[in-house]
Design a protein around this ligand. Structure first.
Ligand code: CA
Length: 439
């Protein structure tokens, strides 16, 4: 696990003034990676690093001549249209670039004059996905979500007996993962009511799922699992992730092989990937509730127990079309915490995914599963928040919602905050539900 170092120092300030604002997501201690271009410019997409309300253009930074050695090599790889090549380089390259960027962006840096011209305002850009996602796997580590949803389907046995032994997951669909801001089209599918014959049409129960996406850095050869002790060194970083779901299509189709059309119509990934190194000051122990058995040995390690989780706060906001027209901002629906939600750690997901010999590749995406707390105000999906659609939410626009309607925009935010560290944030993961393109 990455140690705290000079790039995390609480007192570090940047000559980019907006990076020193108290509530910015992107102070100099964060330095998340993404892919961008000037909006409407037709430029090629390329790697950048968020700093305050700006983006440091890595290709321009390389061209300015301020980087050398391992940091320059890493920056060249991170300047491509996708970050996969940079992700494949591994923690020493990621760390070398982070340190160099931290030094050139600090107050008093001699390079300031040459780097200032490499900044692009975030308001003026559009993003692409940070990586080419070869494979997307969705886990189910939110135990309060698993229990609450399980209770709706199986009141007597909400949590299945495998849950506390196996990090439950399934192979998702990567082609429909889109970057924040892209529309989500309401899916069509079969719904089974009381009638013998299922009906077909647009889903009437489109929901969101508040998740974190873990992006794989270096992969592993097929046949060689990644031991839990090394698992985190294979993870490049974390981004907010919305795994949209159709709750009326899901119950009819999911047996016996799992969800299909109810999940594959779209998933939204935030543009900014916060590196594991940036998260070093926010590590938390991994403890199972009293009375739960220890994980099997291949999922257990001293370091995983000591620091396996990350103290990330999460929130869900909703803005309907009417709210937007009336000048009402997004309304917070819930707030939760990764530590409270997670029954398994990121390292355990990597170790479990690969234990049978499955090869991970740079840019692969591991969804956490819905990250809900035990209280209704901590629900990470509408199926929980509205008790399966029975208890509508009232909005400031005098509208009510059980599930999402066309024109609704869902926004996720997340941040890490501790006394001894600078607050860092994850930016936004936003998507608007639109009517089906074709029926
Ligand atoms: Ca999910």
């Amino acid at each position: 696990m990455t140690a705290v170092n000079e790039t995390h120092a609480l007192g570090l300030r940047s000559w980019v003034a907006s990076a020193n604002a108290e509530h910015t997501d992107f102070p100099i201690q964060n330095l998340p990676f993404g892919v961008f271009r000037r909006r409407g410019s037709g430029e090629r997409f390329r790697g950048g690093v968020a700093i305050g309300d700006q983006i440091l253009d890595l290709a321009a930074t390389v061209a300015s001549g301020v980087l050398d050695g391992a940091a320059r090599e890493a920056a060249i790889a991170a300047s491509r249209e996708q970050l996969n090549e940079f992700m494949a380089m591994g923690p020493s390259a990621w760390s070398a670039l982070r340190l160099a960027l931290s030094r050139i962006l600090r107050d008093g840096a001699a390079e300031r004059g040459r780097v200032e011209g490499c900044l692009v305002g975030q308001h003026a850009v559009e993003h692409a996905l940070p990586a080419a996602i070869g494979d997307y796997t969705d886990f189910y580590i939110g135990i309060h979500h698993a229990t609450a949803v399980g209770r709706l389907f199986r009141p007597d046995a909400p949590l299945l007996p495998n849950y506390k032994w196996v990090p439950i997951g399934y192979h998702g669909r990567s082609s429909s993962v889109v970057v924040s801001g892209e529309p989500i089209y309401r899916p069509l599918g079969q719904r089974k009511g009381l009638a013998e014959v299922p009906d077909f049409g647009p889903s009437e129960r489109v929901d969101y799922e508040l998740e974190l996406g873990f992006l794989v850095g270096t992969g592993n050869p097929r046949g060689e699992g990644i031991p839990i002790e090394n698992a985190e060194s294979h993870l490049f970083g974390v981004a907010l992730f919305n795994d949209w779901s159709a709750r009326d299509i899901q119950p009819w189709e999911y047996q016996p092989l799992g969800p299909f059309l109810s999940k594959n119509f779209g998933s939204t990934l935030a543009p900014w990937v916060v590196t594991l190194e940036a998260l070093a000051p926010f590590r938390s122990p991994y403890r199972r509730p009293a009375g739960d058995a220890d994980p099997l040995p291949y999922l257990d390690a001293a370091e995983n127990s000591a620091n396996g989780l990350i103290d990330i706060q999460l929130e869900v906001l909703l803005q309907t079309k009417k709210m937007a027209y009336s000048g009402l901002g997004p309304e917070r629906l819930s707030r939760s915490s990764f530590v409270e939600a997670a029954y398994w750690t990121p390292a355990q997901l990597v170790a479990h995914h690969t234990i049978g010999g499955c090869n991970l590749a740079p840019g692969d995406l591991l969804g956490s599963g819905t990250l809900s707390g035990p209280a209704i105000t901590q629900a990470g999906s509408l199926i929980e928040r509205t008790f399966g659609g029975r208890d509508p939410i009232s909005l400031p626009s005098d509208e009510k919602r059980t599930y999402l309607e066309d024109g609704d925009t869902v926004v996720f935010r997340a941040w890490c905050e501790r006394n001894e560290a600078r607050r860092i944030g994850f930016g936004e993961c936003a998507g608007t539900v639109l009517a089906p393109k074709r029926i």
